[in-house]
Write a protein that binds this ligand. Structure first.
Ligand code: 16G
Length: 245
């Protein structure tokens, strides 16, 4: 069973959200099935019921869980899209959709930060970055080409120690390096696939892709990762919850 690591760096309810998302990811809680009650989770994790309630509410708002009056809280049957409110990884998104995630690593190396990327990561140009380029695959279909740039000193040895054709980057950062991934800023824009993207994604050159960038922050509000990706425009949708302000 997954155990919750209380790091102290992240608010408790965020850690409980991560615990539940990981439960969905590793199959402990399956799509359409009921999760333990707030009381059971509070006892299991040694936290207050109110904190569990807060975490579950957040996951309901993000569309990952659904409440059924008088019956309990259930894992959403099969979320079909990336929930923009929840900070999830490709691996988590695909498992939530019921697809098997994998990756093909095109390159993995440590190199100095160019000016533009250094700016996003709030470091000096030339700072060592771990750069990981992967084709992200769902079942057998390539879904995205993704290049992650991470501040190497925050996760020393990352590139040498782990095989990212099998590993989830977020899992390694959270569990092996104890980093509290707190929030991210993401942009999405439409454009045509470059020749290289079209080749690895099995698309015609210039077919529509969603160009995404993400800056991932740790709980101390420092950028950790800057990602540039191209997701196939024909198979990916994004879901955003908008509220009256
Ligand atoms: C998602 C993130 C990406 C992150 C990756 C980690 C977007 C646009 N990008 O693909 O920033 O690096 O997840 O995935 O959502 P992993 O933990 O499965 O390796």
């Amino acid at each position: 069973m997954t155990t919750i690591k209380l790091t102290g760096a992240m608010p408790l309810y965020e850690q409980i959200k991560t615990y539940i998302v990981q439960g969905i990811q590793d199959g402990r809680y399956r799509p359409g099935e009921r999760i333990p009650s707030e009381r059971e989770l509070a006892e299991q994790l040694g936290v207050s019921r109110l904190t569990v309630h807060h975490a579950i509410k957040g996951l309901q708002q993000a569309g990952l869980l659904v409440a059924q009056v008088g019956r309990g809280t259930f894992v959403s049957p099969r979320p079909l899209n990336q929930q923009l409110e929840a900070l999830t990884s490709f691996t988590e998104d695909m498992r939530l959709r019921g697809n098997a995630p994998s990756s093909q690593v095109l390159s993995a190396k440590v190199c100095p930060a160019p000016d533009d990327i250094a700016r996003f990561l709030d470091v000096r140009p030339g700072t060592q970055l771990a750069v990981l380029q992967r084709v992200r695959i769902a079942d057998d279909q390539p879904m995205a080409l993704e290049t992650s740039h991470l501040i190497a000193s925050a996760c020393p040895g990352l590139i040498d120690r782990y095989d990212f054709s099998r590993e989830s980057l977020y899992r390694v950062l959270r569990q092996e390096y104890g980093l509290a991934l707190a929030h991210a800023e993401q942009t999405i824009a439409a454009r045509g696939a470059t020749r290289d993207e079209a080749r690895v994604l099995g698309l015609k050159p210039n077919a529509p892709v969603l160009h995404m960038t993400r800056v991932l922050y740790t709980a101390d509000d420092r950028p950790l990762e800057y990602v540039i990706s191209a997701y196939r425009g024909d198979s990916y949708t994004f879901h955003v919850v908008l509220r009256q302000v």
